[in-house]
Design a binder for this molecule. Structure first.
Ligand code: NOJ
Length: 559
């Protein structure tokens, strides 16, 4: 058996506070709103709440642009509200993980205000400043949110680096004073009693010296420079320093958001005894529907690729590092719309996806609304969108680039981050019970059908299924610690795998299509009388050696 840890056994629930629950009618979710829904989270059975950023912010990127690490965003409440929320969670035996956004700050942070003011300001070197090159940016890197990753400022006639929006200047981690300030701040929050951090783009904190131009085969104005800032030369030094100075002193969980990582990288970031992080969020399965043109170049994903990617992560990390398991979050489309069927088979396919994910090895993350099968939204008017990434894309490609608005809108419908950010659907009253005011972003029109109240009342709901699945994890160590093996690798419609712990074996079978398909009990899984443990349809009589699976059916057996 592998080393036990509470964060391996836990299920995490991710809250995007802006969209979860509004308590004061201003149309924006808040901390007291979250507090009012803790019974709901407790009955779901989750152990940990991960709060997306709640720090003071001008909200260019909804809190991922922090103006003051030591205070709470006004719209979300006060520090006292935060402390009460934390105490309430702890009283219920739940834990709280905060988002830690330290690759960059807001441009309105006092450090940046000082830094930009003059070249000899003591804070100058807290950010990454460079002179222009022949009247242009210092290099050709593209920002994640369209356009250049550099912004010129008048005060000193130099450019600062921002991998995300121009209101998110990158901190200079080479500067020891920056690192000390970050560690002090982390310690301050941990001393308040929080239970860990989800670390935003943490593998981008070390940039390759010299900041070289990115390869640019298509001759675009700006190019993807990920190889020069993801997994950079000093990133492990920084994380180990952070671990020794701060993390190692507390019984907490840490998860790093790490784009562009392989399993070998993950073993360095989250290896059992490395003294860095507990686990990372990898992105390979999130990239399966992107073509060569990147995120917005949307392609159908293939089940064979999903099998290959997930299996590689399961096998390569086994016994060495720990996986995080997720199918969506606040940056991704809704899982049921992307990997299942959000129409006729919404309920069964959402349950199948939950089974598929939660029974693999790793810590599962549920993103708010996933547990009731919330779906993507398709606003027909760009003015209904709020996300800086979407709005920048629109400006660059449609307004300035003259591209066809219909095709860009279609890509936004499939991949836009606002799919995940429409308000949580609590009931069928106006604005889905999220607010008594006007919500900051429109509610998904399907809220009259899909909402928590219905899910609580209906024993066949996705929600009740999640509760059962979580309870199964608590009751059977095999779900947490069992070894994973892919079976029936070449089956074109079914993703099946086993988990094995000592002499116990479970078989998980998931039909990823809307068709009826047959599936033969795999020969390599010996059994005499398999026991049906959970499934998304009533158990079916019939020959177990040759099963007929219904659309999106999943079944789990103890062999
Ligand atoms: C990743 C976060 O999840 C995303 O929402 C944010 O825009 C970027 N990092 C920048 O902080």
């Amino acid at each position: 058996m592998q080393k036990r840890a509470w964060w391996k056994e836990a299920v995490v629930y991710q809250i995007y506070p802006r969209s979860f629950m509004d308590s004061n009618g201003d149309g924006i979710g808040d901390l007291n709103g979250i507090r009012s829904r803790l019974d709901y989270l407790q009955t779901l059975g989750v152990d940990v709440v991960w709060l997306c950023p709640v720090y003071d912010s001008p909200n260019d990127d909804n809190g991922y642009d922090i103006r003051d690490y030591y205070s709470i965003m006004r719209e979300f409440g006060t520090m006292q509200d935060f402390e009460v929320l934390l105490a309430d969670l702890h009283e219920r035996g739940m834990k709280l993980v905060m988002d830690l956004v330290v690759n960059h700050t807001s441009d309105e942070h006092a450090w940046f205000q000082a830094s930009r003011s003059s070249r000899d300001n003591p804070y100058r070197d807290w950010y990454i400043w460079r002179p222009g090159r022949d009247g242009r940016e210092p290099n050709n890197w593209a920002s994640h949110f369209s356009g250049s990753a550099w912004e010129w400022t008048e005060e000193t006639d130099e450019y600062y680096l921002h991998l995300f929006s121009r209101k998110q200047p990158d901190l200079n981690w080479e500067n020891e004073a920056v690192r000390n300030a970050v560690y002090d701040m982390m310690q301050w929050w941990l001393d308040k009693g929080i239970d860990g951090f989800r670390m935003d783009v943490i593998n981008a904190i070390s940039k390759v010296p010299g900041l070289p131009d990115a390869p640019n085969p298509t001759g675009a104005r700006y190019a993807w420079g990920g190889q020069f800032f993801y997994n950079g030369p000093k990133v492990h030094d920084y994380l180990r320093e952070m671990y020794h100075r701060v993390l190692s002193k507390y019984d907490i969980m840490t998860v790093g958001e790490t784009g562009q990582v392989t399993t070998a990288d993950a073993i360095l970031y989250a290896g059992e005894d490395r003294g860095e992080l507990n686990m990372v969020f990898q992105f390979e399965h999130m990239d399966l529907d992107s073509g060569p043109g990147g995120k917005w170049d949307v392609r159908p994903w293939r089940l064979s690729d999903l099998k290959q990617v997930m299996t590689r992560w399961q096998k390569d990390l086994y016994g060495k590092a720990w996986n995080s398991l997720y199918l969506n979050n606040h940056d991704q489309p809704r899982a049921v719309s992307r990997f299942g069927d959000d129409g006729k088979y919404r309920v069964v396919s959402a349950k199948m996806l939950a089974t598929f994910l939660h029974l693999q090895q790793g810590t599962p993350y549920i993103y708010q609304g996933e547990e009731i099968g919330m779906t993507n939204v398709a606003f027909s008017d760009i003015s209904d969108y709020r996300d800086v990434e979407i709005l920048n894309l629109w400006r660059e490609r449609v307004v300035e680039g003259g591209e066809d608005p219909t095709s860009i809108l279609a890509a936004i419908h499939k991949k836009g981050r606002d799919n995940a950010r429409t308000p949580m659907q609590w009931d069928d009253s106006k604005h889905a019970g999220f607010t008594t005011g006007t919500p900051w972003i429109r509610v998904n029109p399907n809220y009259r059908r899909i909402h928590v109240k219905e899910a609580l009342a209906n024993p066949d709901s996705v929600l009740h299924y999640y509760r059962t699945l979580i309870a199964l994890r608590k009751a059977h160590p095999i779900v947490v610690y069992g070894r994973y093996d892919l079976v029936a690798a070449d089956h074109p419609q079914v993703y099946a795998y086993t988990r094995t712990l000592d002499d116990e074996v479970w078989l998980v079978i998931c039909n990823f299509t809307a068709e009826e398909v047959s599936f033969d009990w795999p020969e390599e899984v010996p059994t005499s009388e398999p026991e049906f443990l959970i499934g998304n349809y009533p158990e079916q009589e019939g020959d177990i050696r040759r099963m007929q699976l219904r659309p999106y059916e999943c079944r789990v057996y103890r062999a």
